[in-house]
Design a protein around this ligand. Structure first.
Ligand code: IVH
Length: 675
């Protein structure tokens, strides 16, 4: 029996791996997402029934916790080198001349590749299984980021031995390549961060580095990194006799290899490739910053060797940053959907990389201070891929001397759209408008409120919300509940039937529970989970509205910043009025207080190390169900540190502060008395 299950599980895994490859590596899926999810669920269910059969390379095991004590340093099998740069045709030809001189030959083949703008990463495979992922670090020693790398779908966790054999790749090997964040994922990540009031990443490269060094692999998994391989080593040495063969073999072994590459026979052809891609780089779904030209033959590479930190056998041709110099004529303030005020530079129109740029972001007040920029300055503006143009620096040179009549920019005290007072929370970079009825925030607030995970009003998407807000039919979320059929029928492309469907959907949303309404209000830093905890704790909107900062902090996962944001929200009369109107409209504003135990009420716990019988999540849930709170770091406020095997710095901190340390047994005892 168990042998049959084992076979079934292995067959499912093989099947899933194959579809992962088709989807993430060759971008040519053969089954729908739903069918894929079904296979995955089937495997998860079987593994749940037979946990003894779970293996590390199972496709279900991509996301797996976090390294216990940060990232461990590991040496590279051979140095991870960087590349020398060239910036024009002459420098490129000089490089070829040196290759010819040093090798004594003039018939040298090269491979041209895109220079992907991410970070280099080494992957170590043993017996065809991924065992380690290491960042470049200083080139000799990198950081072990295996848990995060495993979440990257285009990185195979396991390759069948037959496949490796067919590709001519040994069982134990190392792959090197570039980890990057595609532009779409970058955009989405920054939007999400903005919505949560977090700072945004300046470019996809920084975002990649930040993501791979996340301690929580779940977060890395959500950010959808991608990986292109370009080197294959065995025992630290290049395996194949030609680089072009390496790329083909990696491809055959199931790695993602960038298809935009070319084997050429001289530097003229390389130059052609470079020029071609300079024009096409905007069409790529990720950023490149140039082209890499590599000598094809390994023997020749070895002969040419290295200078300092870069090989003589490869060169990067860097595209000029797409930048231009222009005059900053004014700075205006834009209000985003979360109410964040972003200073935007109004520029004298300037052509950069084929696009006329008229404005550029200045991010926030700190950035303006860092740049030292004033209204009237000459500035350098940079533009990359999909990324919004930004002001890179102030120019003051012979051609662009700094003008005398400069003006300082000041953040307005009132929201430029609704006129309400602007707020800057202590310790935060951004200024915000916290008026829920601010028209600038309206459109996005309505979309959020109506979305599937919130009030689930099907049909109330972009097109409808645009019309509703533009015509002034909906000025805040409560107005949704005042809409009549006649209102809807007055809109474009709206028939009798759709209008009725929408009214039914709106009516249906009134039955959704309290936590959805709390989430729907769009209070900064109150996401789905926090809304759930708030609903459980207070049991009604009324109780939540009148709660103070202290009381709010008794709620699970609510710290001082979230508590303040909630108090700030309900401190505004317009927001309270809005809630009142939702109440009148008949939404569900009460719920069941979850009867959490009281045994551990108000007690603060920190978990560290590995517990013998409980996972961290299980222990956390049990403590929370008993009324306790689990936080990430030890402070004087902590009541108990629960320490398991290999507990690290948190245990030291507890001892230092004199916080009580208990083991799993004692925790169970505390919990078992729970009513
Ligand atoms: S080859 C010894 N190929 O560029 C060979 N690097 O500026 C070293 N990069 O650290 C790397 N695309 O992170 C190579 N097709 C490509 C690349 C590439 C991007 C990065 C890599 C390297 C950096 C050097």
């Amino acid at each position: 029996m168990s042998k049959d299950v084992e076979k079934k599980i292995e067959a499912l895994r093989e099947n899933i791996r194959c579809h992962e490859y088709l989807y993430y590596v060759v971008d040519n899926p053969e089954i729908s997402d739903a069918e894929f999810d079904k296979l995955m669920r089937e495997l998860k269910d079987l593994e749940a029934e037979h946990p003894e059969l779970i293996t590390e390379d199972s496709p279900t095991q991509r996301v797996g916790g976090k390294p216990r004590e940060g990232f461990v340093k590991v040496p590279h099998s051979s140095p991870m080198l960087s590349l020398d740069n060239t910036y024009n045709e002459e420098e490129l030809r000089d490089w070829e001349r040196r290759v010819h001189e040093l090798s004594g030959r003039s018939d040298v083949d090269y491979v041209c590749e895109l220079k992907l703008d991410g970070m280099s990463l080494a992957l170590i495979y043993e017996q065809g299984k991924l065992v380690r992922g290491i960042t470049r670090g200083d080139g000799s020693v990198g950081e072990d980021v295996t848990l995060n790398v495993r979440t990257v779908r285009s990185v195979p966790l396991s390759i069948p031995k037959e496949k490796l054999k067919k590709a001519g790749v040994p069982l134990d090997f190392e792959v090197r390549g570039e980890l990057l964040m595609p532009l779409a994922a970058f955009k989405k990540m920054n939007e999400d961060r903005e919505a949560k009031g977090l700072s945004v990443f300046a470019n996809p490269r920084n975002a990649t580095a930040g993501t791979v060094r996340q301690l929580e692999s779940k977060v890395t998994a959500e950010r959808r990194l991608d990986y292109f391989s370009y080197m294959l080593l065995e025992k630290g040495r290049t395996y194949f006799d030609r680089h072009s063969k390496t790329l083909d073999a990696l491809d055959a072994a199931g790695f993602k290899v960038n298809p935009n590459r070319k084997l050429v026979h001289n530097i003229d052809e390389s130059w052609e490739f470079i020029q071609q891609w300079e024009g096409k780089r905007d069409s790529l779904p990720y950023e490149i910053d140039g082209i890499v030209v590599k000598v094809d033959r390994t023997a020749l590479q070895d002969e040419l060797g290295f200078t300092g930190k870069a090989p003589r056998w490869a060169i990067a041709y860097k595209y000029a940053a797409r930048a231009g110099i222009t005059k900053l004529e004014d700075i205006r303030v834009q209000v985003g959907r979360t109410g964040k005020l972003t200073p935007v530079a109004m520029l004298a129109p300037v052509l950069i990389g084929g696009t006329t740029v008229r404005n550029a972001t200045l991010h926030n007040m700190d950035e303006i201070e860092r740049l030292g920029v004033k209204i009237g300055d000459w500035v350098q503006v940079e533009r990359g891929g999909d990324v919004i143009p930004k002001v890179a620096k102030v120019i003051d040179d012979r051609d662009h001397p700094r003008p005398r009549d400069l003006r300082d920019f000041e953040m307005p005290e009132k929201c430029p759209v609704c006129g309400m007072k602007v707020v800057r929370t202590e310790g935060e970079v951004d200024y915000r408008c916290v008026n829920a009825n601010c028209p600038a925030k309206l459109r996005e607030t309505i979309l959020h409120f109506a979305s599937r995970g919130v009030m689930n009003i099907d049909g109330m998407g972009d097109a409808l919300v645009n019309q509703l807000t533009e015509r002034g039919l909906v000025k805040n979320v409560a107005d949704i509940y005042k809409l009549t059929k006649a209102d809807l029928l007055s809109l474009e492309r709206m028939g009798e039937k759709s209008a009725q469907n929408i009214l039914d959907e709106i009516e249906g949303s009134k039955k959704l529970p309290l936590e959805r309404v709390i989430y729907g209000l769009g209070i900064r830093m109150v996401g789905e989970r926090t809304a759930q905890f708030l609903a459980e704790h207070f049991g009604s909107m009324e109780a939540l509205e009148s709660a103070g900062v202290e009381e709010l902090q008794n709620v699970n996962e609510v710290g001082p910043r979230i508590a303040e944001s909630i108090v700030e929200f309900f401190g505004i009369a317009a927001n309270r009025k809005l809630v009142e109107r939702l109440r009148e409209a008949g939404l569900t504003l009460t719920g069941l207080k979850k009867q959490r135990g009281t045994k551990l009420a108000g007690k603060m716990f920190v978990l560290t190390g590995t517990l013998a019988h409980l996972t961290r999540d299980e222990a956390k849930k049990m403590i929370e169900d008993a009324g306790g709170k689990v936080t990430a770091s030890v402070s004087k406020k902590t009541d108990y540190v629960v320490a398991g095997a290999d507990a690290g710095s948190k245990l030291d901190k507890a001892k230092e502060l004199g916080v009580k340390v208990i083991g799993e047994k004692e925790l169970e005892k505390l919990l078992s008395n729970v009513p």
